[in-house]
Ligand binder design. Structure first.
Ligand SMILES: [Zn+2]
Length: 144
């Protein structure tokens, strides 16, 4: 996926506002993931001189990567399932699931859905619902 960013133009994901204090809290995690500055165990272990285990602290089954915590962590499965179902329903309702044919593309779409959801005023309500759910999904990781 390729996204063209225009200086001075607000990113589509950021055009969705926050309606509560909880959403503001979720937003900081959301921004760090969007900008690639969210620190996971894999990053800690790679850039630390001390022995740090890259394994997911939630399940201790696999390395903690973005793909793992968004889609695969078994410790988050019960809370992730309903949110992913709602996300998929929204993407499907606007025909955006046809471009998602691998887990990697799904992770990219979750991090930045603007790459697969076109900017159209008629989709604004669905974009807002989608962004709310993505923020919730990402924040599940920190709530555990
Ligand atoms: Zn895990």
């Amino acid at each position: 996926m390729y996204t063209e960013y225009t200086p001075g133009k607000l990113h589509l994901v950021l055009q969705v506002g926050c309606l509560s204090a909880l959403e503001v809290t979720r937003l900081s995690v959301r921004f760090r993931l969007l900008t690639g500055t969210y620190i996971l165990q894999v990053n800690r272990s790679r850039f630390n001189q001390y022995a740090i285990d890259p394994v997911c602290p939630n399940c201790k089954d696999a390395d903690e990567t973005v793909g793992h915590f968004l889609l695969q962590c078994p410790a988050l499965k019960h809370v992730r399932g309903p949110v992913m179902c709602e996300i998929w329903n929204i993407l499907n309702s606007i025909g955006a699931t046809t471009n998602i044919y691998s887990p990697t593309l799904l992770v990219q779409a979750l991090i930045d859905w603007s790459t697969i959801v076109p900017y159209q005023p008629r989709l604004r309500e669905k974009q807002g619902a989608l962004e709310f759910l993505v923020r919730r999904l990402i924040f599940l990781h920190t709530e555990k």
